[in-house]
Ligand binder design. Structure first.
Ligand SMILES: *Cc1c(COP(=O)(O)O)cnc(C)c1O
Length: 428
């Protein structure tokens, strides 16, 4: 599939049936796999042969779909996880341990912020948050001797800040550690962070990749470019013998291309068990088959809605990197020239009360804790996810009471604009 365009990879990547085999990716709904001799199975347990033995570690359906996402991102190896949360945790914990430190962009998904700032902290892993627009010297100052990874989101959920991937990758590499990028919002159709120096890419496939609100899921893709052995002292888990696999050294046995994902599967998936179900992997693949068509429509609708809101007298400001006046427009042009995604946020005049009236009056946009679906949806953080906070606390984390996040779906853009127009009128 290497020589084909992204469109063809979306449709046909990952799985090539042999003579007389199923045309569609088969759902291998089996927890276990049969072998003729215990020697055959023993080789799998020793990582001496590749194959399947138990679905908690690997399943063929999951691997076909992971392989498609790998081809789309241009990586060397990939795996699916049960959720985006599991993907980000595994990607970080595969190279961090008690006593490690992470440098992370401060503008990231709330769930990931909590994972890093609270839960991983309890495991003895420390973090320094940096603004996505931090200068090179501010970035350099965030690193410590025990820093093991840099983390950010291509387009941040929900702030829509754009990560300067190349600059963050250069900073990470100056300090001998990889850059991990959560590429959920643009998807590989609109941005491929590996082309700009990212080492590991993660996804919440729950969002645009599924795209139909059917299945929670995640994915991790390795670029195969980071030289673990050149920074041996930082990554003992990859560069020293693994006692739970008879002393295998992942970076030696599987090389730069295979070490990260093999260790992540063999250790973390084995021990934590956050595997995707083959049935869900099948749904995710149906989403991938039309991703290139859907992303173009999400972008078209997002831009049309953002432009409409930008000139409306009841709107204070709009965040959408595709708008020429947006703070991140130049980065957006560099990293995703065909547009980013269909999520737009804006501040309504009149705060909480106006926001609540506006949302109640919408007919197409449904109130949901979700984004990146075929059906348009909306959320007012002040009255939903951030309900417990006072207006002062909200301001402190960059969310005003009147801020509304819209996720523009695949409907007709004129219908979406009319829906918003009517609801704005009703919110006066
Ligand atoms: C939703 C989301 C996640 C978490 O994914 P789940 O599949 O809900 O666990 C992580 N990162 C980003 C950018 C997200 O939007």
């Amino acid at each position: 599939m290497k020589d084909f365009t992204i469109d063809t990879k979306c449709v046909q990547g990952g799985y090539t049936p042999g003579n007389g085999e199923p045309r569609q990716v088969p759902i291998i709904q089996s927890t276990t796999f049969k072998y003729n001799t215990s020697e055959d199975m023993g080789k799998l347990f020793d990582l001496e042969a590749t194959g399947y033995f138990y679905t908690r570690l690997q399943n063929p359906t999951n691997d076909y779909v992971a392989n498609k996402i790998r081809e789309l991102e241009g990586g060397s190896a990939a795996m699916l996880t049960s959720s985006g949360q599991a993907a980000n945790f595994f990607a970080l914990f595969n190279i961090c341990e008690c006593g490690s430190h992470i440098v992370a962009s401060s503008q990231i998904y709330g769930g990931t912020f909590n994972l890093i700032a609270v839960t991983m902290k309890k495991m003895g892993i420390d973090v320094t948050f940096v603004a996505p627009d931090a200068t090179d010297s501010e970035l350099d100052a965030a690193f410590k001797e025990n820093t093991r990874a840099v983390f950010g989101e291509t387009i941040a959920n929900p702030s829509l800040a754009v990560l300067d991937i190349e600059r963050f990758a250069n900073a990470a590499h100056r300090h001998g550690v990889p850059l991990i990028v959560d590429n959920t919002f643009p998807t590989p159709v609109n941005c491929r962070p590996i082309e700009f120096g990212a080492d590991i890419v993660t996804h919440s496939t729950t969002k645009y990749i599924d795209g139909h609100g059917t299945s929670v899921g995640g994915a991790i893709v390795d670029s195969g470019k980071f030289d673990w052995m050149a920074n041996k002292e930082k990554f003992p888990g990859l560069c020293l013998p693994d006692d739970s696999y008879h002393g295998i050294v992942y970076a030696e046995k599987f090389g730069k291309e295979g070490a990260f994902i093999t260790k992540c599967t063999a250790q973390l998936m084995r021990d934590f068990g956050s595997i995707q179900s083959p049935q869900h992997a099948f749904y995710i693949n149906l989403g991938l088959e039309s991703l290139h068509l859907r992303m173009a429509r999400h972008v078209e609708n997002g831009l049309a809605v953002a432009k409409f809101l930008e000139s409306h007298p009841q709107v204070n400001f709009v965040n959408y990197p595709g708008l020429e006046n947006d703070k991140y427009h130049n980065l957006a042009k560099k990293y995703f020239p065909n547009g980013g995604c269909g999520v737009v946020s804006f501040e309504l005049k009149g705060g909480r009360e106006a926001a609540s009236k506006f949302m109640k009056a919408l007919k197409i946009f449904a109130i949901e804790t979700h984004v990146a679906d075929a059906r348009s949806c909306c959320l007012n953080p002040a009255t939903a996810t951030h309900r417990q906070m006072t207006d002062e606390q909200l301001e402190a984390c960059g969310i005003s009471a009147g801020l509304i996040r819209l996720s523009c779906g695949l409907e007709n853009k004129e219908d979406l604009i009319n829906d918003i127009k009517n609801a704005l009128e009703a919110s006066k």
